[in-house]
Structures are given as C-alpha cells and as structure tokens.
Write a protein that binds this ligand. Sequence first.
Ligand SMILES: *[C@@H]1O[C@H](CO)[C@@H](O)[C@H](O)[C@H]1NC(C)=O
Ligand SMILES: *[C@@H]1O[C@H](CO)[C@@H](O)[C@H](O)[C@H]1NC(C)=O
Ligand SMILES: *[C@@H]1O[C@H](CO)[C@@H](O)[C@H](O)[C@H]1NC(C)=O
Ligand SMILES: *[C@@H]1O[C@H](CO)[C@@H](O)[C@H](O)[C@H]1NC(C)=O
Ligand SMILES: *[C@@H]1O[C@H](CO)[C@@H](O)[C@H](O)[C@H]1NC(C)=O
Ligand SMILES: *[C@@H]1O[C@H](CO)[C@@H](O)[C@H](O)[C@H]1NC(C)=O
Ligand SMILES: *[C@@H]1O[C@H](CO)[C@@H](O)[C@H](O)[C@H]1NC(C)=O
Length: 422
Amino acid sequence: MTRLLLTTKAVVAVAAFMAAAMVSAQATNQTTEGLHSLFVASGKLFFGTATETNNFGDSAYQVIVNNKNEFGMFVPENSQKWGPIEPTEGDFQFESPDSIVNRAEGNGQMFRCHALTWHSQLPAFVENGTWTRETLTSAIQTHIATVMGHYKGQCYSWDVVNEALNDNGTFRDSVFFRVLGTDFLPISFKAAEAADPTAKLYYNDFNLETIRNKTDAAVRIVELIRAAGARIDGLGFQAHFRVGGTPSQASLVATMNRFVDMGLEVALSELDIAHNSLPADSRALAQQSTDYVAAVGACLAVPKCVGITLWQFTDKYSWIPSTFPGAGDACLFSANFTKKPAYTAVKNLLTAVATGGGGGNGGNNSSAIQSSGSPPAPVPGTGTLGGTNDPATAALISGVSSISVVGSLLWPLAAGAIISLL
Ligand SMILES: *[C@@H]1O[C@H](CO)[C@@H](O)[C@H](O)[C@H]1NC(C)=O
Ligand SMILES: *[C@@H]1O[C@H](CO)[C@@H](O)[C@H](O)[C@H]1NC(C)=O
Ligand SMILES: *[C@@H]1O[C@H](CO)[C@@H](O)[C@H](O)[C@H]1NC(C)=O
Ligand SMILES: *[C@@H]1O[C@H](CO)[C@@H](O)[C@H](O)[C@H]1NC(C)=O
Ligand SMILES: *[C@@H]1O[C@H](CO)[C@@H](O)[C@H](O)[C@H]1NC(C)=O
Ligand SMILES: *[C@@H]1O[C@H](CO)[C@@H](O)[C@H](O)[C@H]1NC(C)=O
Ligand SMILES: *[C@@H]1O[C@H](CO)[C@@H](O)[C@H](O)[C@H]1NC(C)=O
C-alpha cells in the first residue's frame, strides 16, 4: 500500500522532472556537455568566465554564458572593484554585481568575487586621499566589511588583495603600501575573514607563473599574512598568457605546487591567451590550442587546483585589444561566437580525462579523477534575475529561470521518492 503510493508519486514526479528537464534543455542546451560539466566530471569545482552587465543585452552571448554546463561560475569583470562599487566614501553601488550574482544563482552557477584591496580602478577618495595609518586602516575595514557583508554566503571566494607586487618581486608603490607598508595585507585578510567566514580568501596576481622573483615574493606574502595571525586559503594565478609564451604544463604544475605545499588551494583565475599580432594564421591558432591545453592540463594535474575562470570567453568582449593595442583574439570563442580550435582542443582534453581515457599531452587522469573534493551543492535558484534591455534576452532568461526553479523543486521530490523505493 505504502509502496504503491510511493511508486505512483515517484512516477509522477520523475515524469514531471523529465518534462521540465527537456524543456530546459531546449531553451538552453543544458544537457550538452560543456567545459564546466566535463571539468566537474574530472573532479574540479568549476570552469567559469568573467562577465558584466553590459553583456546582458547581447542575446547570442547570453545563450552561451547562461548554459551552466559550459560555464559553471561567474565573476564580475569590473563592477565589484573599489572604484565602481564605492565611488565616493560610504556610497555603495551594488546594483550591477547584484544582477550578476542573481543571474548566476538563477542559472545554478557558482560566483567568484573580485576584488577588494587593489591599487588600480580605485576611487579618487582612496587613491588621492590624505591618510594616516589609522584612517586608511579604517577605510579598508569599512569597505571590506560592507562589500563582503553584502555578498555574505554568496561568494565561493574573494580576491582579497590583488596585484600587490611589481614584476621584480618588490612591493608595488600603491597608496596602501605607502601608508601601511606590508600591513595592508593582514589588515585586509583579517577584515575579510571577519566579514564572511565561509568565503575562501585569495591573493591574486599575474606573471607569478613566469617570473621566479615574483613567485618568491608571493610565497613571502603568504608567510607574512600568516605570521600576522590572519588566514589565507588560496592563490589565484591570473594566467594572462601570450600565444607561444605560455609556460609549459610541467612548469605551471611546479609553480602551483609551491603554494599547494603551503596548504593553499590554487586556481587559474583570469585565463586568456592573446595572439601577439593579428590576424592569427593557422599556425598561431594551433599554438594557441597547445597553450590552452598546457594551462588547463596543469590545473587537471594539480589536485588542489580547484577551477579555472576565463577573463571573458569571446574575443568580442576581451579586455586585451584596448589595453595591448595590436594583440588580441585571446579567448576560446571568436567575436562571432564560433568555437575556436583552442575550444575544441580544451574540450577534447576534458572529455578524455572525464571519461578516464587519459588526456594526451595535457591530462593526468589519476590525479584529476582521484583528487576531487566533492563539489558543493549547487546554489538553489532564486529566480531573481537582473534587468536587460533586450526583449528576446529577457524572454529567454525569464523562461529559463522559471523552468529551472520548477526543476529544482521537483528534483528533491523525485530523488526522495526513488530513494524511498530502494
Ligand atoms: C542549441 O544548440 C544548437 C546546436 O549547437 C544550436 O543550433 C541552437 O541554437 C542552440 N539553442 C539554444 C537555445 O541555444
Ligand atoms: C589622483 O590624482 C592624480 C594626479 O592628479 C590623477 O592623475 C589621478 O587620476 C587621480 N586618481 C583618481 C582615481 O582620480
Ligand atoms: C631577483 O632577485 C635577486 C635577489 O633578490 C636579484 O639579485 C635579481 O636581480 C632579481 N632578478 C630580477 C630579474 O629582478
Ligand atoms: C622593481 O620594479 C619597480 C617597478 O618597475 C621599480 O620601480 C623598482 O626600482 C625595481 N626595483 C629593483 C630593485 O629593481
Ligand atoms: C567567425 O569568425 C571567425 C574568426 O574571425 C571566422 O573565421 C569565421 O568565418 C566567422 N564565421 C562566420 C559565420 O561569420
Ligand atoms: C590514465 O589512466 C590509465 C588507466 O588507469 C593509465 O593507463 C594511463 O597511463 C593514465 N594516463 C595518464 C596521463 O595518467
Ligand atoms: C599525476 O598525478 C599524480 C598524483 O597526484 C602525481 O604524482 C603525478 O606527478 C602527476 N603526473 C603529472 C605528469 O603531472
């Protein structure tokens, strides 16, 4: 009797869930294997991308970025930086990052937060303020408490301090270093730990992958943060590389392991690999594939490398051409959203590793598969999504959202019924 009732419930629930899943698949191609779903199958937590609200109106972009099998993690490219989020003292602008985190949660994607104490994209009141040790300490603490407090529980990790070093390994001449010396590091990490104890706290920088003196200095940063009694959990390798100038997989693995050996997790936090000159010929495209495979393969080969975020996935919105004129086409998708040879190479690597077939020159299936911590449960869909001016995108997104909410409500019901039957 009980058994029959459960069976009926289970059948109804499973049927409803499958119907919802099929509609969802049509709307977003969620059942297609993507970079994120394959990376998770290899034991990693996320394969994600930077994105921004100025991309919300681009419907071709949205179809790709909202597919959580392709990108399981969002990081706001700009809107959580100090300048945009606190342009004048005490005036906090949360609207853009809120709409990005809401979209990630609606899609069932993770969220990485970026960045708190950084010398660049600062508001004038910080960069050109007249500070004492006490007033600047207080300004950092208030900024971190307010911003991290606002996103408490929503960020997998925060880049607490970003780019504190020059390439030669000395400390960068920032307002923070001039006023506080190296104390700005533990001040920031202590404020971060107090504001959201569950977020992983990262130091994030570039060229650590290639410049030995800079890597040595980052090791000393970890030591000095700990010596001051503060907590640090992770090291973000920005991984802004050049085609033909990307370190080998073995070199990247060795560099990441210096921090893993200190008890940290690591991530490739802003991966892109730019051509030095354009247009790229077929040889350059092949080299870009090789370089992406080396970077992704390195993360696969280091059990404590938890994930990868791209610094945008399409050449259409990459920061490279405006910052480094003449260079570019650094992303896995071209400007017209076709998948580049590097995308295919990365996907082939991930498919091989996820299915236990090794990974050619990039994979280390034993480490990739055995190393996995369990991924955290997906963030439940909130259904609240940020605004868009594009009606097609709005329709697509609101359709996807309501479907995925239905799916996430039904799934525990169906799973519970199936488990009761066993
Ligand atoms: C789903 O994928 C197919 C094949 O790649 C593509 O043609 C179609 O436009 C996609 N649909 C959506 C809604 O993204
Ligand atoms: C700080 O002052 C310098 C010199 O006047 C100026 O170039 C810079 O733009 C100012 N910084 C900000 C964030 O306004
Ligand atoms: C690296 O550091 C060493 C010792 O601190 C110094 O002698 C050397 O010049 C540095 N190299 C570079 C390229 O900055
Ligand atoms: C290190 O680099 C910074 C920034 O380029 C420069 O100002 C400084 O003089 C350099 N220090 C050494 C010891 O080379
Ligand atoms: C898309 O862009 C790529 C790279 O620029 C180009 O090779 C391809 O022909 C374009 N495809 C379409 C359909 O425009
Ligand atoms: C992958 O696993 C298979 C079977 O365990 C093994 O034979 C192969 O050498 C592994 N490949 C790599 C790159 O570790
Ligand atoms: C593969 O992973 C194992 C276990 O983590 C490690 O000992 C080994 O060095 C890795 N091999 C390569 C080529 O990275």
